[in-house]
Structure formats: structure tokens, C-alpha cells
Design a protein around this ligand. Structure first.
Ligand SMILES: Cc1cc2nc3c(=O)[nH]c(=O)nc-3n(C[C@H](O)[C@H](O)[C@H](O)COP(=O)(O)O)c2cc1C
Length: 137
């Protein structure tokens, strides 16, 4: 199975999750800022944060460039301090482009000011890695 991983991170949390997952799966963690070219991915991990209740517009802009000839299936890994806000707009854009998105989304505690201070911690990162490993089949 061809697995790829992309991430976008403002304050470094999504990057930490992305790098830990990528190291475990022995694949590169590709920063969306470098405009990675995804080809023939059976599974793509999309790792990103939430800002003002939404994904970064640069994430949405990149996601709209993907289609189902480049990627079959996506797993979303989200970092936010509320622990509940999903990457809903990312999911919607992928589904519009007929890319399958796993129902399960891993939402990891991040932090903003005093909310979620010290997160993501080691356990959060390990849980994200376990989620990725359990979905790579
Ligand atoms: C400007 C800003 C706005 C944020 N707004 C939200 C929000 O609306 N809801 C939420 O759950 N987390 C919010 N957060 C917390 C981030 O989603 C969280 O810290 C996440 O881990 C950031 O990921 P990153 O470090 O990869 O950028 C916000 C963080 C920042 C910096």
C-alpha cells in the first residue's frame, strides 16, 4: 500500500504529530507549504490544526487541488485545543472530489494560550501514531 502524509502547522503541534507518524511509517512528512505533489496514494494522512473554529485557508486551498486519481482514501488527524473540532471543511472538499475519507478522525489536544497547556504531550503523540498504524491496512 502506498501511504503519504501531508501537514500544515502554524504553531508546530501538527508538525510534531506528522513527524512522529511519518517516522513510525517510514515515510516523509510533507509540509503543505512546499506544495507536495501527491501521486498514487492509496492512503493519505492529512494533519492540520483549527484556528477560529476552522482549518487554515491554505489547507483548504491545497486540498481542493487533490483528486481521486492522486489519492484513493484520506485519514484526518486534527490538532485543536477544544478536543472536539474536526477538519469539516477539509472532509467536505475531499468528498466533493470523490475521495474517500475515513469516518474516524483522530482529534488530538493542542493548546492555545492557557487552554490545553503542555499539549500535545508524549501520550497524545503516541495515540496519534497508534491511530495512524491502525488505519494503514
Ligand atoms: C490563532 C489561533 C486560533 C485558534 N482557534 C482555535 C479554535 O477555534 N478552536 C480550537 O479548538 N483550537 C483553536 N486553536 C488551538 C489550535 O487549534 C491548536 O493549538 C493546534 O494544536 C494548532 O496546531 P498547529 O500548532 O499545528 O498550528 C487556535 C490556535 C491559534 C494559534
Amino acid at each position: 500500500m502506498n501511504i503519504s502524509l501531508i501537514y500544515l502547522s502554524k504553531t508546530g503541534h501538527s508538525r510534531k504529530l506528522a513527524e512522529a507518524i511519518a517516522a513510525e511509517l517510514q515515510i516523509p512528512a510533507q509540509d503543505i507549504k512546499t506544495n507536495p505533489q501527491i501521486k498514487g496514494a492509496d492512503l493519505l494522512f492529512v494533519v492540520g490544526g483549527i484556528y477560529g473554529g476552522k482549518s487554515d485557508p491554505k489547507m483548504i486551498e491545497y486540498i481542493t487541488t487533490l483528486d481521486n486519481t492522486m489519492v484513493k482514501k484520506v485519514a484526518l488527524i486534527t490538532s485543536c485545543c477544544s478536543k472536539v473540532t474536526a477538519q469539516s471543511a477539509v472532509r467536505e472538499e475531499l468528498l466533493k472530489n470523490k475521495i474517500e475519507v475515513l469516518k474516524d478522525e483522530f482529534i488530538c489536544q493542542g493548546s492555545f494560550l492557557l487552554f490545553g497547556f503542555h499539549h500535545p504531550n508524549k501520550t497524545d503523540i503516541q495515540n496519534a501514531v497508534s491511530f495512524a498504524k491502525s488505519n494503514k491496512i
